[in-house]
Design a protein around this ligand. Structure first.
Ligand SMILES: [Zn+2]
Length: 295
């Protein structure tokens, strides 16, 4: 993709994927491929994370995506984040005997929004929230930076984080009412040890979105849109080989993944310590990337 022609073909291909039902067709093929590889149970074992009355369940889907069930168990309210595929979400909802009160989508890509239509058919009263500026398919409520939404004790603040897509947003759940830390549902902006590809904005825009997230309270838990921890930390180790925090987390994530366990949640404090995209002001990172020279 180094040539102008390659870049142009990529742009056309990307636009077809992101903006049309052709992308949906390829998304369905990815779902079929993942099913052949992992069977019905998906790429990761399902685990419940309980913090007082707050329950968060990462739902594995497609080849490495996570949707999330976020539940206020006291008031029996719950939301689904990023239902890229409706079937695994509906399976978890049935097993837990839960009806969703809302669907929250971080951005338009099919692996995050491809289940919206089916979820709407199954739960016609349920609002589907998404960015006002991201052309997310099948949304019914449009969100912008700074908006707040709540369902029982589930209180979310919306932050605009453009870069991966032009209108990408993240959702920050207030943990205080549950006696726990806040939770960040970061979609494809920030991952454990890495960040999303910059499809729709220059890197400066993505970096300022990442800086915004790096500025959140260090205790904030990170729940990203993909299980990319091992690959990301291997890259981080490559460019930041002296960093003990990278090595420790890499060993830990490898153990987890050998047993198909989820690597979520990390925290913003951890990400600041080992995620190279949150450490672009560190000299060791700049040296590894060849931006500054030794001596
Ligand atoms: Zn994406």
């Amino acid at each position: 993709m180094g040539t102008k022609a390659g870049g142009c073909l990529f742009r056309i291909g990307y636009t077809l994927y992101a903006r049309t039902r052709i992308g949906y067709y390829y998304h369905q093929k990815d779902i079929t491929k993942a099913k052949e590889k992992y069977g019905d149970d998906g790429h990761t074992q399902i685990t419940h994370f309980d913090y007082g009355n707050l329950r968060i369940v990462p739902i594995p889907m497609v080849s490495d995506n996570y949707a999330y069930l976020v539940q206020d168990r006291k008031n029996n309210k719950s939301v689904i984040v990023d239902p890229g595929h409706a079937t695994p979400v509906q399976k978890v909802l049935t097993q837990m005997d839960v009806q969703p009160d809302a669907i929250l989508v971080t951005h338009k890509h099919w692996d995050h929004s491809g289940g919206n239509r089916e979820m709407k058919q199954a739960f016609p009263q349920v609002p589907v929230y998404g960015s006002a500026t991201d052309s997310v398919p099948d949304i019914t409520r449009r969100l912008s930076d700074g908006d707040k939404i709540e369902f029982g004790d589930l209180r979310f603040q919306i932050l605009s984080t453009p870069g991966h897509t032009v209108g990408h947003i993240v959702y920050i759940l207030d943990g205080s009412v549950f006696g726990t830390e806040d939770s960040l549902f970061s979609g494809d902006c920030l991952f454990l040890g890495g960040c999303g590809r910059m499809f729709e904005a220059p890197s400066s825009v993505m970096l300022s979105s990442l800086d915004k997230l790096a500025g959140l309270d260090g205790s904030t838990k990170l729940w990203p849109g993909h299980e990319y921890a091992v690959d990301n930390l291997e890259f981080a180790h490559h460019i930041d080989p002296e960093n003990g925090r990278v090595q420790d987390k890499l060993e830990w994530t490898k153990d987890k993944r050998e047993n198909k366990q989820c690597t979520c949640p990390s925290t913003i404090e951890e990400e600041r310590a080992y995620n190279p995209f949150m450490r672009t002001s560190e000299e060791s990172i700049l040296r590894s990337l060849g931006i500054v020279q030794d001596g």
